[in-house]
Design a protein around this ligand. Structure first.
Ligand code: BV8
Ligand code: ZN
Length: 250
């Protein structure tokens, strides 16, 4: 990716009045948080994320699914926001209207200073009762990090004794309506949408760049690899977020 391209992209960003930054698991990769498909090591290696991140998997084996999310939460707790997250927070702070929309369930945008990222797929830090939806406390950091594949029996709800589940959106579950509406509203009124580190495979989140493009916004993609979003992008910056994003905001 040439210096000229980065300079031109930086100029586009500098003159944008309202910017939406849409992030996927790739923005946390350089913090050591595996992307969705890489989050399956150890016992989980034999599983397909799309099968494990489902209500059916939790119904059939709650301890396996809860253990996977405990392991992922432990990984996020040990991770630190990277230069990409910090640059996203800088973009948000600098433009007149900056909105961060994330598909990620980690809290690295918040820890990098992003004020109120829109979480389309929920959060590892918002467990709730699977029966009555009562919010449940986030379990303390376990002394020994749950190893790969360790089953962990989920806690019980203080109100109804139902099984506590992760506060994430599983495949086959509807996204939180308010979050999706806010994200679509921001994408349809922004003049620049920067999509970072998402494979553009998961719907309806993958439609957000198209909403921006159809509304006349410029779409800029940051990803080391090609994705289906290449077609919607006016600018394709082929590189890792922690390198490319800081170059855009300097
Ligand atoms: C729903 C939370 C309906 C859980 C996740 C059409 C319309 C609507 C739905 C569908 C549809 N077609 C199919 C569906 C069903 C399904 C779907 O999209 N399936 C796909 C696989 C085809 N969608 C759903 O089920 C959604 N629900 O539609 O419900 C409904 C409506 C009403 C009532 C009832 C039901 C729910 C989808 C949400 C699933 N939950 N996460 C958890 O995290 O455990 S999605 C999960 O996968 C992640 O959050 C992530 O968003 C997504 C993809 O994972 P990854 O590929 O790892 O991550 P990412 O996409 O970000 O890719 C990594 C990228 O980073 C790569 O491109 C890589 O090149 C890049 N990268 C790597 N390193 C770097 C980097 N980039 C920059 N810098 C780097 N250093
Ligand atoms: Zn309950």
């Amino acid at each position: 990716m040439g210096q000229r391209m980065v300079r031109e992209a930086g100029a586009l960003l500098a003159q944008a009045r309202s910017v939406v930054v849409l992030t996927g698991a790739g923005v946390s990769a350089e913090s050591g948080v595996p992307t969705f498909r890489d989050a399956l090591t150890g016992l989980w290696r034999s599983f397909d994320a799309q099968r494990l991140a489902t209500p059916e998997a939790f119904r059939d084996d709650p301890a396996l699914v809860w253990g996977w999310y405990e392991w992922r939460r432990a990984t996020v707790r040990q991770a630190r926001p990277n230069a990409g997250h910090l640059a996203v927070a800088a973009i948000e702070a600098r433009v007149p209207s900056g909105v961060v929309v994330t598909q990620n369930v980690d809290d690295l945008h918040e820890r990098a200073g992003s004020v109120a990222p829109i979480h389309l797929h929920g959060s590892l830090f918002a467990p709730r009762c699977s029966a009555c939806a009562h919010p449940a406390p986030v379990p303390d950091e376990v002394a020994e990090e749950p190893g790969d594949g360790r089953r962990v029996v989920p806690p019980r709800c203080a109100r109804c004794a139902g099984l506590v589940r992760p506060g994430v959106v599983w495949f086959g579950e509807a996204l939180p309506a308010m979050a999706l509406e806010a994200a679509v509203e921001a994408a349809s009124t922004c003049d620049l949408l920067v999509t970072v580190g998402t494979s553009g495979l998961v719907y309806p989140a993958a439609e957000i760049p198209q909403v921006a493009a159809r509304s006349g916004a410029t779409v800029m993609q940051v990803n080391p690899e090609q994705t289906p979003l290449d077609a919607d992008a006016d600018v394709n910056l082929r590189g890792p977020a922690a390198q490319v994003l800081p170059a855009l905001v300097q």
